[in-house]
Ligand binder design. Structure first.
Ligand code: ACM
Ligand code: ZN
Length: 531
């Protein structure tokens, strides 16, 4: 072989090795500018990543760079430069913004805060993850990312099916991979109470039991003897561990106690808190049942005591500013017939039962405010008049969100039209496991625009976030939960990060092929759909 051809072969293999590193990841950064020189910087296993000393989060970020990119962390030193550096100080109003500069000096990541640095590491991770070989060549250039919405959430329902700590951590990893920063955890419902309460020790052991208790055996949960009449729930230690795990990944967990409806699990333990006095029993998981008419009695003073105790227990574990109190789908039939509820309405001069729910919400808000927290509720909390500082999660379409924004309340958009991942995702129903109903394809999820046209400029600022929801009546295994989530989460994360002018579904599909290779590598089940 002459010199010229060996040079050409070397050049060609170099070009092949770099061909795929194009930074076209999901969510797509705001700008990717490649250097016209076509030069590249190496990214090799064991290469040093330097981080500023005295900042535990930056040290942790450097450890993520080790885990995801094979780098070797060390503290920054004036004497010694490093081929890969992490730093703060990027000027931006958005704490999640990041800038990656790849050039002569190697790879420099700068974040507006520690979370921005984390997102930059994730972007590089997704850029190189399918690459082979010990040294990867990164094209010179700059990559700038900054999310459109401050609140980028996903909900997991742990009542209809229970998932192990191991799976919940995997779920958090999945959210982090997609640049989400809020994990809304639905912890109580008619099928089971799922968190240990310090002040009411019998609540979780008894209230987690359900007549057709299923064990998700591929999730490593120990089977429970049916005779025991206790089900699965998270202990306080487990919850604290998960909160910390999420926080390291810049994810805040927002716990939800759904009230005053969806309360059979609690009523099964404390029947005196229901209007009729019971007895009550938790729902079986399947078949899917309609709305439960038995709810907390709003006329019984013990109800508010109970609520405050359970919320106080949550506040001890979860540092989140927001606490979710549900509020959805609470039929008022029992309240209409209950002497205690009617007497309370008379005493408060209320005309409609909906106002009784507002009364409860206002009392709870006062309590949460005294703890330095804020209240979020599903959009039904608008019905009897909105409590002063409440944030509204708009799920029955956009109307609740529009109404709340007009009242100058913060809104999270989470409509059933685009954000319900328990729905079918393929047009051919026989090509996927059974769901309760509904249909949201990947392209439908991608097409979501969270800010309604009819709002004024000022009102639009109240739409602070977007959230997708995974209700789990039918998600009877971790694999099934992942299948419902992916790849629609990839679509919603671009709604959360990108402006409409930047979004393009056909281009997204190209980038999704690369992400799906990563799902396979990480053993994340997904629905192979580009519909
Ligand atoms: C809901 O989907 N019931 C909030
Ligand atoms: Zn009552």
């Amino acid at each position: 072989m002459n010199k010229l051809s060996s040079f050409l072969i070397a050049l060609l293999s170099c070009l092949c090795a770099t061909a795929e590193v194009n930074y076209q990841v999901i969510p797509l950064p705001q700008s990717v500018l490649l250097d016209p020189s076509g030069k590249t910087a190496p990214l090799a296993k064991g290469m040093t990543v330097a981080y500023p000393s005295g900042n535990a989060q930056m040290k942790r970020n450097a450890e993520f760079a080790r885990e995801y990119l094979g780098l070797n962390p060390r503290k920054q030193s004036k004497k010694q430069s490093a081929p890969f550096t992490l730093s703060l100080g990027l000027k931006s109003d958005n704490p999640d913004a990041y800038l990656i500069t790849i050039g002569k000096k190697g790879v420099q990541i700068q974040g507006a805060s520690e979370s921005g640095v984390f997102y930059a590491i994730q972007t590089l991770r997704k850029s190189v993850m399918n690459e082979e070989g010990d040294t990867i060549r990164l094209p010179w250039g700059t990559i700038y990312g900054t999310p459109r919405f401050a609140y980028r959430g996903c909900m997991l329902d742990a009542s209809r099916h229970f998932y192990s700590v191991k799976f919940v951590k995997k779920f958090i990893d999945v959210l982090a991979l997609h640049g989400l920063n809020r994990f809304h955890w639905h912890l109580t419902d008619d099928q089971g109470w799922r968190y240990e309460s310090r002040s009411l020790p019998e609540l979780a052991p008894k209230g987690s039991w359900c007549p057709d208790l299923v064990t998700l055996d591929d999730d490593g949960l120990e089977p429970l003897p049916a005779s025991q009449k206790t089900g699965y729930y998270y202990t306080r230690e487990q919850l604290k561990d998960i909160v910390e795990y999420a926080a390291e990944r810049y994810i805040t967990i927002i716990p939800e106690v759904d009230l005053p409806g969806h309360m059979l699990a609690a009523l099964s333990v404390y029947p005196e808190l229901g209007c009729t006095g019971g007895p009550y029993e938790t729902y079986p998981f399947l078949p899917f049942r309609g709305l439960e008419k038995d709810v907390l009695c709003a006329g019984n003073p013990k109800t508010l005591e109970f609520i405050k105790k359970t919320l106080n227990d949550l506040c001890e574990i979860f540092p989140s500013e927001y606490i979710h109190i549900g509020g959805d789908e609470s039929p008022r039939d029992r309240w209409r017939e209950c002497p205690k509820c009617q007497a309370r309405m008379k005493e408060l001069n209320l005309e409609k039962e909906a106002q009784l729910q507002t009364y409860l919400v206002k009392e709870i808000e006062t309590f949460l405010t005294s703890k330095g927290r804020k209240l979020i509720g599903w959009d039904e909390i608008l019905e009897g008049g909105l409590s002063e500082g409440a944030t509204v999660m708009s799920w029955r379409g956009y109307a609740g969100g529009i109404e709340a924004a007009r009242l100058h309340h913060d809104v999270i958009m989470s409509p059933t039209t685009h954000c319900y991942f328990d729905y079918y995702q393929l047009a051919d129903r026989n090509a996927q496991p059974a769901c309760e109903g509904g249909f949201i394809s990947l392209s439908k999820a991608y097409s979501m625009e969270p800010i309604p046209q009819e709002l004024t400029e000022e009102e639009r600022d109240y739409i602070v976030g977007v959230q997708c929801n995974l209700w789990t009546h039918y998600a009877d295994s971790p694999a099934r939960a992942m299948y419902q989530l992916l790849p629609r989460l990839a679509a919603i994360c671009e709604v959360q990060w990108m402006y409409p002018s930047q979004k393009d579904f056909s281009q997204f599909k190209g980038r999704l092929e690369k992400l799906e290779k990563i799902y396979r590598q990480l053993d994340y089940q997904f629905c192979p759909s580009f519909e």
